[in-house]
Write a protein that binds this ligand. Structure first.
Ligand SMILES: Cc1cc2nc3c(=O)[nH]c(=O)nc-3n(C[C@H](O)[C@H](O)[C@H](O)COP(=O)(O)O)c2cc1C
Length: 323
């Protein structure tokens, strides 16, 4: 059980601000890293690989300037790469991660052994996002440095396994870094994750409700107004089960009770937002993440929309008070 040494520098909380489609960008990442939390974003939040490189450049230069000006080490940052065959940018985006020596790569929806080798070759680490033991075993065999256990109640493409059960089973075959995900909002939740046997906590929804998150204001207000009972876990929108806020499903014309799985899964479609969309299916998928709003069951703990620095200050106080 450990956090890799390369990821410990500048880290003052064992926590990762999870990558969120359309929500995490340079400001969120930079503010997390300055406050000692590992900040991440999905490469696909930029519409092109050129745009993705601009963000890598902005993050690395801003953090280097910050370190020089303050003499304080910032926490490392990470990039989420969707390793699904429908993501046609995977190769180009990976090449940029290698060029910038991105400290942490988070893969989701597919394990690619050659990707793991290339990242480890420059000293980077690969954590893989899983919702089942079967996929956790597959990723462990492929040589990942960490497993992110996405448990019941999480935001985005959540799992349905209880966190105690998931950590205990994963620990039977994996002794590297385990990151726990799902409804972690407070410092005491992070401490609880460590007591359960995880090394780090993965926090999405709590960082969605911050000033730096890129989602619209009415989305943020809906986070403040929602609680666990308002989260619908359904494969109807993405083809794989994900958590959405009930009111946003209703507002977008969906019946929240109709959980018929969407027939196709195409993450290439995520690039079509605001661009010319090729088919009705693409239109629906793009709409899914722009107009239908995801959040985890931990949303009930969001009562304010702080700046990241203040949120992390508060989380650190909570963490210290129970440790
Ligand atoms: C709005 C939203 C978008 C997300 N987009 C992604 C994504 O693009 N890639 C990914 O690996 N996970 C994504 N996730 C999942 C998070 O990375 C993380 O696993 C999850 O938010 C943790 O659960 P929590 O929201 O209860 O903290 C998303 C989650 C949310 C809420």
């Amino acid at each position: 059980m450990a956090i890799p040494e390369q990821l410990q520098q500048g880290l003052s909380l064992p926590a990762i601000a999870a990558p969120m489609f359309l929500a995490s960008g340079p400001q969120l990442v930079i503010e997390c890293c300055k406050s000692g939390v590992l900040g991440t974003f999905p490469a696909l939040n930029q519409r092109t690989s050129e745009g993705f490189e601009e963000w890598l450049n902005e993050i690395t230069t801003t953090l280097a300037d910050y370190e020089e000006a303050t003499g304080t080490k910032a926490a490392p940052y990470g990039v989420n790469l969707v390793a699904h065959k429908s993501n046609q940018r995977l190769e180009a985006d990976l090449a940029l991660c290698i060029k910038y020596k991105v400290p942490l790569i988070i893969t989701s929806l597919g394990v690619v052994p050659s990707l793991i080798e290339q990242v480890q070759a420059y000293g980077g680490k690969v954590f893989h996002d899983v919702t089942t033991i079967k996929f956790a075993q597959k990723a462990a065999s492929a040589g990942v440095d960490g497993l992110i256990l996405v448990c019941a109640g999480a935001g985005g493409h959540a799992g349905d396994i209880n966190p105690f059960a998931f950590v205990n089973e994963a620990r039977q075959f994996f002794d590297k870094t385990i990151v726990l995900s799902g409804c972690i909002s407070r410092g005491n939740d992070i401490a609880a994750a460590q007591i359960m046997g995880a090394d780090m906590a993965y926090m999405g929804t709590r960082f969605l409700g911050t000033q730096e998150s890129m989602v619209r204001n009415d989305y943020k207000m809906m986070l403040v107004d929602s609680a666990a009972k308002d989260i619908v876990y359904t494969p109807a929108i993405s083809g794989v089960p994900a958590s959405f806020i009930r009111q946003s499903l209703v507002d977008a014309g969906y019946d929240p009770n109709d959980k018929t799985p969407k027939a196709t899964i195409d993450f290439g479609d995520e690039l079509d937002i605001d661009q010319k969309v090729s088919s009705e299916t693409s239109k629906q998928e793009a709409k899914a993440w722009r107009d239908i709003w995801s959040a985890g069951q931990g949303v009930g703990d969001i009562q304010d929309l702080p700046i990241v620095a203040d949120l992390i200050k508060q989380i650190k106080l909570e963490y210290k008070s129970v440790c």
